[in-house]
Design a protein around this ligand. Structure first.
Ligand SMILES: *Cc1c(COP(=O)(O)O)cnc(C)c1O
Length: 340
């Protein structure tokens, strides 16, 4: 069976770099949304908790419930239906109209739009948000924003930081006026965290760097992160392809001489994005994918029983004209995860 191996040593290596850059383990919230970027929610959550990370970020209530025992602070980014609730949960408020969906007496982090114009209330809605939330006896435990361009060489990062500074000022004013606790403030994803030399927010929300990647421009002084995930496939069958015979859908690969080929049990149905005859991909040990990737199989010029299909997705991201995030996130949750 195909499997995904998770390299614990590499994960801890990354978490060390991240928590040192952030200032401490307490200043790191590991982002575990979308099955921990395809790595396996419970597996990665368990390892991060073992490392000493106390905070996590997920997308849904369902994800939060799976890892509830492992963290003492879980930020839920996008849930509208809270049939149950725990006091370690902190719910992101993405717009004023969502206040009505929130459970009474819950904890909320208000998301504020500093320029991405995707989610979050605008700065002039802060007072109204506070009033609406307090009416439901909701505790505002955080105020945060998200960068649209922290990974590229652009001044957007500084502009959004300035906008967030103004938001902090206003929040502190509101809290003083109403005698409320000052919430925690956070704005950084992985790339934004590594653009700070003296990170001084309450915590950073670190996703992709945890898994060993950064999409940041090469001009930045990027940390030496190590990929956590590798994908392994098992051989299903082997045959000799005679010179002139073609393989797979569309018969797009034709043997120029007699050769041994084998079929392995991974395809685009497992989330390994489809490659075709216009792309060329070679596994870490130098085996070429022949022809088109099928739903559940692909073919290689080897007869090894088990093959590492990839142990670093940067190359695949380039071939697929996408980002490392998409390559790992699409991997099926059905594939067995093993920690090594
Ligand atoms: C996904 C996400 C992150 C993590 O981003 P990375 O670039 O993977 O570090 C942080 N904050 C929010 C709001 C997110 O949605």
């Amino acid at each position: 069976m195909a499997k995904i191996l998770l390299n614990k040593k590499n994960l801890f290596h990354n978490l060390n770099i991240i928590s040192e850059h952030a200032g401490s383990k307490e200043k790191v919230a590991v982002v575990l949304k979308d099955n921990a970027y395809g790595h396996g929610l419970v597996e990665i959550a368990t390892l991060c908790a073992e490392f000493g990370i106390k905070k996590a970020v997920v997308r849904t209530l369902k994800e939060a419930l799976h890892i509830k025992e492992l963290f003492n602070n879980i930020l839920i980014l996008a849930e509208s239906n809270f049939h149950t609730y725990s006091h370690s949960f902190h719910i992101a408020l993405n717009s004023l109209e969502n206040i009505s969906n929130l459970p009474n007496n819950s904890n909320v982090h208000i998301k504020v739009d500093t320029g991405m114009h995707r989610n979050g209330i605008c700065i002039d809605e802060l007072e109204e948000a506070y009033t609406g939330l307090l009416k439901k006896n909701i505790k505002i435990t955080g105020v945060f924003t998200h960068h649209r361009n922290a990974d590229t060489l652009s001044t957007d990062f500084f502009w959004q930081n300035e906008n967030f500074k103004e938001i902090k000022r206003r929040v502190v004013n509101i809290c003083e006026k109403l005698s409320l606790d000052i919430p925690s403030f956070h704005s950084c994803n992985s790339s934004a965290l590594f653009r700070h030399n003296n990170f001084n927010e309450d915590f950073a929300r670190v996703g992709i760097a945890t898994y060993g990647y950064l999409e940041t421009d090469k001009t930045y002084n990027n940390p030496e992160l190590k990929p956590v995930l590798s994908m392994w496939a098992e051989k299903m069958s082997t045959r000799e392809l005679k010179q002139g015979q073609s393989l797979g859908y569309g018969a797009t690969f034709t043997a120029s001489k007699d050769m041994i080929v084998s079929t392995y049990d991974i395809g685009y149905g497992d989330g390994f994005l489809r490659l075709n005859e216009r792309q060329s991909y070679t596994t870490p040990k130098g085996h070429k994918i022949l022809g088109r990737v099928s739903m559940d199989n692909l073919s290689l010029d080897t007869d090894e029983k088990e093959v590492c299909i990839f142990d670093n997705v940067q190359e695949l991201a380039k071939i697929q004209d996408t980002i490392t995030y998409e390559i790992t996130t699409t991997l099926s949750s059905e594939i067995k995860r093993e920690i090594k």
